[in-house]
Design a protein around this ligand. Sequence first.
Ligand code: SF4
Ligand code: SF4
Length: 173
Amino acid sequence: MKPSLTDTLCTRCGLCCDGSLFADVELAGASEAAGLEAMGLEIEDDENGLLLLPCGALRGKLCGIYAHRPECCRTFECRLLQDARRGAVTVERAGEHIAEALKRVARVRELAVELGQRDVRLPLKERYAEALALADDAGTDAALNRKRAELEAEMNAVEGLIRRRFLGQGNPR
Ligand code: SF4
Ligand code: SF4
């Protein structure tokens, strides 16, 4: 049997779960929130509850609570997955976009750590903001300033890629 697109692409991605695309997942209500909290996941009180990302259920690139994942995770499809489904992008090309995004996200994280940012439980944008603040505190150190510049350039590239390919904002070409 031919593997589904989700099996082919999402299992090597995880960007919508690991804090790169989003900072949280909107939950369907109090009982869904309570169920996830009972599984040890971090939930923020909101009208219906928010599952904080990076998700504690993520195992590598796979969902560790797949059968019990929230409604929003069941129904979400990023733009890239939708484009691959309707043939607007080949599966091979979609895989290349995922690989590029993962590589750039990894570099942003690496640079953030090199600048002293340590809390890996934060979403990517927050890690980036913390790293920039730490770099600003470092003053005129030339090596740190080079890293800061690289971090800004890499994060710009990541955000552009995410907007165009994964969130479908702006011209994807
Ligand atoms: S970002 Fe898209 S391709 Fe990646 S895991 Fe999420 S839905 Fe799948
Ligand atoms: S519950 Fe599963 S699908 Fe939903 S964000 Fe967490 S790891 Fe991803």
